[in-house]
Design a protein around this ligand. Structure first.
Ligand code: MG
Length: 258
Protein backbone atom coordinates (compact mmCIF):
# COMPACT_ATOMS: atom_id res chain seq x y z
CA UNK A 1 0.00 0.00 0.00
CA UNK A 2 1.42 3.35 -1.01
CA UNK A 3 -0.57 6.32 0.18
CA UNK A 4 0.32 9.57 -1.59
CA UNK A 5 0.23 12.43 0.89
CA UNK A 6 -0.83 15.80 -0.55
CA UNK A 7 0.61 19.11 0.62
CA UNK A 8 -1.77 21.89 1.70
CA UNK A 9 -1.04 23.58 -1.64
CA UNK A 10 -1.93 20.44 -3.56
CA UNK A 11 -5.15 20.10 -1.60
CA UNK A 12 -6.00 23.68 -2.60
CA UNK A 13 -5.34 22.70 -6.23
CA UNK A 14 -7.63 19.67 -5.90
CA UNK A 15 -10.52 21.93 -4.89
CA UNK A 16 -11.00 23.05 -8.47
CA UNK A 17 -11.58 19.50 -9.70
CA UNK A 18 -13.78 18.94 -6.67
CA UNK A 19 -15.86 22.02 -7.32
CA UNK A 20 -16.51 21.07 -10.95
CA UNK A 21 -17.36 17.48 -9.96
CA UNK A 22 -19.88 18.85 -7.46
CA UNK A 23 -21.35 21.37 -9.91
CA UNK A 24 -21.97 18.77 -12.59
CA UNK A 25 -23.43 16.36 -10.04
CA UNK A 26 -25.93 18.95 -8.85
CA UNK A 27 -26.84 19.93 -12.40
CA UNK A 28 -27.36 16.30 -13.45
CA UNK A 29 -29.36 15.71 -10.27
CA UNK A 30 -31.79 18.47 -11.24
CA UNK A 31 -32.38 16.68 -14.52
CA UNK A 32 -33.29 13.31 -13.00
CA UNK A 33 -36.98 13.53 -13.89
CA UNK A 34 -39.43 11.06 -15.42
CA UNK A 35 -38.94 10.51 -19.16
CA UNK A 36 -35.23 11.35 -19.28
CA UNK A 37 -32.78 8.69 -20.47
CA UNK A 38 -29.53 8.11 -18.64
CA UNK A 39 -27.72 8.71 -21.94
CA UNK A 40 -29.19 12.23 -22.08
CA UNK A 41 -27.88 12.83 -18.56
CA UNK A 42 -24.48 11.56 -19.63
CA UNK A 43 -24.31 13.81 -22.66
CA UNK A 44 -25.32 16.81 -20.59
CA UNK A 45 -22.61 15.98 -18.03
CA UNK A 46 -19.84 15.51 -20.57
CA UNK A 47 -20.68 18.78 -22.26
CA UNK A 48 -20.94 20.61 -18.93
CA UNK A 49 -17.56 19.32 -17.71
CA UNK A 50 -15.79 20.24 -20.94
CA UNK A 51 -17.42 23.69 -21.13
CA UNK A 52 -16.05 24.38 -17.63
CA UNK A 53 -12.50 23.42 -18.54
CA UNK A 54 -12.45 19.88 -17.19
CA UNK A 55 -12.14 16.39 -18.58
CA UNK A 56 -14.72 13.72 -17.67
CA UNK A 57 -12.64 11.50 -15.38
CA UNK A 58 -14.70 8.36 -15.97
CA UNK A 59 -14.78 8.47 -19.78
CA UNK A 60 -12.45 5.78 -21.05
CA UNK A 61 -11.34 4.83 -17.53
CA UNK A 62 -10.65 1.11 -17.80
CA UNK A 63 -12.70 1.33 -20.99
CA UNK A 64 -15.82 2.78 -19.34
CA UNK A 65 -17.90 4.37 -22.11
CA UNK A 66 -19.76 7.07 -20.14
CA UNK A 67 -18.91 10.36 -18.44
CA UNK A 68 -21.16 9.47 -15.50
CA UNK A 69 -22.28 6.27 -13.84
CA UNK A 70 -26.07 6.10 -13.65
CA UNK A 71 -27.40 3.28 -11.47
CA UNK A 72 -31.15 2.90 -11.01
CA UNK A 73 -33.05 1.18 -8.15
CA UNK A 74 -31.40 -2.22 -7.52
CA UNK A 75 -28.33 -1.16 -9.49
CA UNK A 76 -25.60 -0.26 -7.01
CA UNK A 77 -22.87 1.35 -9.11
CA UNK A 78 -21.24 1.54 -12.56
CA UNK A 79 -24.44 1.72 -14.60
CA UNK A 80 -23.52 2.54 -18.20
CA UNK A 81 -25.66 5.40 -19.53
CA UNK A 82 -28.09 4.21 -22.18
CA UNK A 83 -30.82 5.68 -24.34
CA UNK A 84 -32.93 2.66 -23.44
CA UNK A 85 -32.82 3.43 -19.74
CA UNK A 86 -35.65 5.91 -19.21
CA UNK A 87 -36.31 7.27 -15.73
CA UNK A 88 -39.79 6.90 -14.31
CA UNK A 89 -41.57 8.26 -11.29
CA UNK A 90 -40.66 6.34 -8.16
CA UNK A 91 -37.14 5.41 -9.29
CA UNK A 92 -34.02 6.27 -7.37
CA UNK A 93 -30.83 6.91 -9.31
CA UNK A 94 -27.24 7.03 -8.14
CA UNK A 95 -25.34 9.54 -10.23
CA UNK A 96 -21.56 9.37 -9.94
CA UNK A 97 -19.54 12.15 -11.55
CA UNK A 98 -15.83 12.84 -11.76
CA UNK A 99 -13.88 15.65 -13.36
CA UNK A 100 -10.17 16.14 -13.94
CA UNK A 101 -8.91 19.73 -13.76
CA UNK A 102 -5.22 20.61 -14.06
CA UNK A 103 -4.34 16.96 -13.61
CA UNK A 104 -6.25 16.52 -10.34
CA UNK A 105 -9.35 14.37 -10.02
CA UNK A 106 -12.60 14.95 -8.11
CA UNK A 107 -15.13 12.17 -7.54
CA UNK A 108 -18.59 12.34 -5.98
CA UNK A 109 -22.01 10.73 -6.11
CA UNK A 110 -25.54 11.26 -4.90
CA UNK A 111 -28.70 9.18 -5.09
CA UNK A 112 -31.68 11.20 -6.30
CA UNK A 113 -35.38 10.42 -6.14
CA UNK A 114 -37.26 10.60 -9.44
CA UNK A 115 -40.55 12.28 -8.56
CA UNK A 116 -42.17 10.91 -5.43
CA UNK A 117 -40.74 7.66 -4.11
CA UNK A 118 -41.86 4.93 -1.72
CA UNK A 119 -41.29 5.30 2.04
CA UNK A 120 -38.86 2.35 1.80
CA UNK A 121 -36.68 4.15 -0.72
CA UNK A 122 -36.98 7.46 1.10
CA UNK A 123 -35.67 5.93 4.27
CA UNK A 124 -32.83 4.22 2.38
CA UNK A 125 -31.69 7.56 0.95
CA UNK A 126 -31.86 9.28 4.33
CA UNK A 127 -29.96 6.55 6.13
CA UNK A 128 -27.28 6.14 3.46
CA UNK A 129 -26.68 9.89 3.35
CA UNK A 130 -26.35 9.83 7.12
CA UNK A 131 -23.82 6.98 6.81
CA UNK A 132 -21.75 9.17 4.52
CA UNK A 133 -21.79 12.19 6.84
CA UNK A 134 -20.89 10.00 9.78
CA UNK A 135 -17.97 8.52 7.84
CA UNK A 136 -16.75 11.96 6.79
CA UNK A 137 -16.85 13.05 10.41
CA UNK A 138 -14.54 10.14 11.26
CA UNK A 139 -11.97 11.21 8.64
CA UNK A 140 -9.65 13.04 11.01
CA UNK A 141 -6.09 12.62 12.26
CA UNK A 142 -5.82 10.20 15.15
CA UNK A 143 -8.59 8.00 13.81
CA UNK A 144 -7.96 4.92 11.70
CA UNK A 145 -9.45 3.57 8.49
CA UNK A 146 -11.55 1.13 10.50
CA UNK A 147 -13.27 4.08 12.17
CA UNK A 148 -14.56 5.24 8.78
CA UNK A 149 -15.90 1.78 7.95
CA UNK A 150 -17.43 1.49 11.37
CA UNK A 151 -19.11 4.90 10.99
CA UNK A 152 -20.96 3.60 7.94
CA UNK A 153 -21.61 0.08 9.13
CA UNK A 154 -22.97 0.97 12.56
CA UNK A 155 -25.73 3.21 11.16
CA UNK A 156 -26.60 0.86 8.29
CA UNK A 157 -26.76 -2.18 10.54
CA UNK A 158 -28.96 -0.48 13.08
CA UNK A 159 -31.46 -0.12 10.23
CA UNK A 160 -30.95 -3.77 9.18
CA UNK A 161 -29.50 -2.69 5.85
CA UNK A 162 -26.80 -4.57 3.92
CA UNK A 163 -23.47 -2.82 3.40
CA UNK A 164 -21.69 -3.68 0.16
CA UNK A 165 -18.19 -5.03 0.80
CA UNK A 166 -16.83 -5.84 -2.63
CA UNK A 167 -16.70 -2.16 -3.56
CA UNK A 168 -15.03 0.51 -1.47
CA UNK A 169 -14.02 4.12 -1.33
CA UNK A 170 -10.45 4.97 -2.25
CA UNK A 171 -7.57 7.37 -2.11
CA UNK A 172 -7.70 9.99 -4.86
CA UNK A 173 -5.36 12.58 -6.30
CA UNK A 174 -3.74 12.69 -9.72
CA UNK A 175 -5.28 9.25 -10.18
CA UNK A 176 -8.92 8.52 -9.52
CA UNK A 177 -8.10 5.38 -7.58
CA UNK A 178 -5.15 5.48 -5.23
CA UNK A 179 -4.36 3.67 -2.02
CA UNK A 180 -5.83 3.06 0.44
CA UNK A 181 -9.11 1.37 -0.23
CA UNK A 182 -11.73 2.72 2.16
CA UNK A 183 -14.05 -0.03 3.30
CA UNK A 184 -17.59 0.70 4.42
CA UNK A 185 -17.31 -1.85 7.20
CA UNK A 186 -14.74 -1.91 9.94
CA UNK A 187 -13.81 -2.15 13.57
CA UNK A 188 -13.10 1.00 15.57
CA UNK A 189 -9.42 1.82 16.23
CA UNK A 190 -8.16 -0.64 13.61
CA UNK A 191 -6.39 -0.25 10.28
CA UNK A 192 -4.12 2.39 8.86
CA UNK A 193 -3.76 5.59 10.88
CA UNK A 194 -5.31 8.63 9.21
CA UNK A 195 -3.03 11.59 8.78
CA UNK A 196 -3.14 15.09 7.32
CA UNK A 197 -2.64 15.12 3.56
CA UNK A 198 -4.55 11.93 2.87
CA UNK A 199 -7.37 12.53 0.39
CA UNK A 200 -10.12 9.93 0.33
CA UNK A 201 -13.25 9.33 -1.71
CA UNK A 202 -15.70 8.19 0.95
CA UNK A 203 -18.63 6.36 -0.60
CA UNK A 204 -21.06 4.14 1.29
CA UNK A 205 -23.13 1.75 -0.82
CA UNK A 206 -26.08 0.52 1.21
CA UNK A 207 -28.82 -1.98 0.31
CA UNK A 208 -32.33 -2.35 1.70
CA UNK A 209 -31.88 -6.13 1.69
CA UNK A 210 -28.89 -8.41 1.32
CA UNK A 211 -25.38 -7.00 1.05
CA UNK A 212 -24.70 -9.54 -1.70
CA UNK A 213 -24.14 -8.33 -5.21
CA UNK A 214 -24.37 -9.62 -8.75
CA UNK A 215 -22.46 -8.59 -11.84
CA UNK A 216 -24.14 -7.41 -15.03
CA UNK A 217 -23.45 -8.96 -18.39
CA UNK A 218 -21.82 -5.78 -19.66
CA UNK A 219 -18.88 -6.32 -17.31
CA UNK A 220 -19.55 -3.05 -15.44
CA UNK A 221 -22.93 -2.97 -13.77
CA UNK A 222 -23.18 -4.16 -10.20
CA UNK A 223 -26.63 -4.78 -8.73
CA UNK A 224 -28.11 -6.20 -5.54
CA UNK A 225 -28.42 -9.99 -5.55
CA UNK A 226 -32.01 -9.82 -4.28
CA UNK A 227 -33.23 -7.06 -6.60
CA UNK A 228 -34.00 -4.69 -3.73
CA UNK A 229 -32.99 -1.00 -3.91
CA UNK A 230 -29.51 0.32 -3.17
CA UNK A 231 -28.20 3.82 -2.50
CA UNK A 232 -24.78 5.43 -2.92
CA UNK A 233 -23.41 8.75 -1.69
CA UNK A 234 -19.85 9.94 -2.14
CA UNK A 235 -17.60 12.90 -1.47
CA UNK A 236 -13.91 13.56 -1.93
CA UNK A 237 -12.52 14.51 1.47
CA UNK A 238 -9.08 15.78 2.50
CA UNK A 239 -7.87 14.96 5.96
CA UNK A 240 -6.34 18.08 7.49
CA UNK A 241 -4.91 18.72 10.93
CA UNK A 242 -8.20 20.46 11.77
CA UNK A 243 -10.34 17.56 10.56
CA UNK A 244 -12.16 16.61 7.35
CA UNK A 245 -12.32 19.10 4.49
CA UNK A 246 -14.77 18.29 1.69
CA UNK A 247 -13.24 19.03 -1.70
CA UNK A 248 -16.24 18.16 -3.86
CA UNK A 249 -18.35 21.11 -2.84
CA UNK A 250 -19.53 24.43 -4.12
CA UNK A 251 -19.49 27.51 -1.93
CA UNK A 252 -22.79 27.70 -0.09
CA UNK A 253 -23.93 24.21 -0.98
CA UNK A 254 -22.21 21.92 1.48
CA UNK A 255 -23.09 21.60 5.09
CA UNK A 256 -20.34 21.81 7.69
CA UNK A 257 -19.03 18.60 9.15
CA UNK A 258 -17.93 17.75 12.63
MG1 MG B 1 -15.26 6.79 -6.13
Amino acid sequence: MHIIIKSPGEIEDMKEAGRLSAMVLREVGKRCVPGVSTLELDQFAEDFIRRHGGIPAFKGYGGFPGSICASVNDEIVHGIPSKKKILKKGDIISIDTGATVNGWVGDNAWTYPVGSISPEKKKLLEVTERCMWNAIKAARPGNRLGDIGHAVESIARSNSYGVVRELTGHGIGRDMHEDPSVSNVGMPHTGKKLQPGMVLAIEPMVNVGTRKIRFGKDGWLISTADGKPSAHFEKTVAITKDGPMILTCEPGYDRPVG
